[in-house]
Design a protein around this ligand. Structure first.
Ligand code: C2E
Ligand code: C2E
Length: 310
């Protein structure tokens, strides 16, 4: 028989699998070993050569440990091992997925793939030989998941410098480093007022103001997700607050826009209102004899400066 000529590695058919992956189903064959934890899967895999190793991930706190396991196995056990990660609940960002693949996983199965699809994907990596390069030091891979430690409002020059650094960092994926958006406030609204509505939550999301526009950089956001991200960041639809927007998402475009921004003189940078920069203070409170109560106070957005929305 032809089959007999090819000498398979002895453990090629073995599957070492976290029990959670099968959602209560029994082992699919005598080759399957179910283990209670990722730690146990890792330990069992340390002597494997060509087996299929299946981890699970349920929350983002597990990512770093898992990355270390995958990196160790791939570096020490070689390219015939088939390493699979199944996401059991939505917990991976695109950057996390890249990290796991960069550490040597063959495939990451997303949480919304049902078990049958997951099993088909596991079949699809059988006999696959891993041939991407895995750096010796995992720190290189970990550092690329959150290269920007800044969040929120930055002075114009700090903003430009930070985005420039993202664009020139060789470890980050080309044309996948983020999206930059410039927004011009609707008539009657000043840019320093508009920026008070801009509340980025995610580390790596930064903005600045100048030349009557608000410029935002969203780390690792892809152009197709821009509206999702803006909806997280602004409490109001951006179309109501801004009359015009420009978007850059390729490295080349972003870099050239940043160069132009760096040429803008400091007198054209806009200073934010004190409430944007100062610590949060509790305003208008009074003690009514039993407890503290806030006293509502009317405010208007366009003050004194002669600009009126008609
Ligand atoms: P989603 O909320 O539907 O966001 C889809 C994609 O839009 C994200 O993919 C990301 O590229 C972009 N995006 C959304 N919001 C922001 C933002 O505030 N800043 C930036 N820079 N980009 C944003 P990603 O990162 O792969 O995340 C996939 C999904 O994972 C998200 O879908 C969300 O459901 C979940 N997720 C990711 N990070 C967090 C988190 O910190 N907390 C929570 N609760 N969920 C998260
Ligand atoms: P962070 O990246 O600075 O995000 C801070 C908060 O921004 C998150 O708090 C969440 O409320 C919001 N946020 C950021 N991105 C998204 C998004 O895509 N969708 C939604 N719906 N919300 C978003 P949270 O969830 O309590 O997370 C706190 C920190 O935990 C995050 O700080 C991040 O360092 C880490 N984290 C959370 N989820 C993930 C994840 O899926 N992958 C990674 N690598 N880290 C995560």
């Amino acid at each position: 028989e032809v089959e007999a000529i090819v000498q398979p590695r002895s453990d090629e058919k073995d599957v070492l699998c976290n029990i959670a992956v099968l959602e209560g189903a029994p082992p699919l064959s005598e080759y399957w070993t179910l283990l209670d934890t990722n730690d146990a899967v890792f330990n069992a895999a340390r002597t494997a050569q060509a087996a299929t190793i299946i981890f699970t991930v349920a929350q983002n706190a597990q990512i770093e440990q898992l990355a270390t396991y995958i990196h160790t196995l791939r570096r020490q056990r070689g390219s015939a091992l088939k390493i699979v990660v199944r996401e059991s609940t939505a917990s991976l960002r695109a950057t996390d997925e890249r990290l796991l693949l960069g550490c040597g996983a063959n495939i990451v199965v997303p949480w919304n793939a049902p078990l049958s699809r997951c099993l088909t994907l596991i079949e699809s990596v059988q006999r696959q030989v891993f041939n991407r390069h895995v750096p010796e030091d995992i720190a290189t891979l970990l550092s690329m998941t959150q290269p920007l430690k800044l969040r929120g409002f930055q002075k114009w020059d700090v903003f430009c410098e930070a985005v420039h650094n993202m664009m020139t960092n060789p470890l980050l994926p080309a044309d996948g480093r983020g999206v930059m958006v410039a927004l011009r406030p609707a008539p009657g609204l000043r840019v320093e007022q508009a920026v008070t509505l801009c509340r980025p939550n995610r580390t790596g999301d930064i903005m600045t103001i100048g030349e009557n526009r608000l410029v935002l950089f969203l780390s690792f956001c892809r152009i197709n997700d821009l509206d999702t991200a803006l909806n997280h960041i602004f409490p109001l639809p951006t179309g109501d607050v801004f009359s015009n927007r420009m978007v850059w998402f390729e490295d080349k475009q972003i870099t050239s826009e940043i160069l132009q921004m760096q040429a803008v003189k400091p007198e054209r940078w806009t200073t934010p209102l004190p409430i944007t920069t100062g610590p949060e203070t509790v305003m208008n409170v009074e003690h009514d004899g039993r407890s503290w109560r806030r006293i509502p106070e009317p405010i208007r957005l366009a003050e004194t400066h002669g600009e009126h929305a008609s």
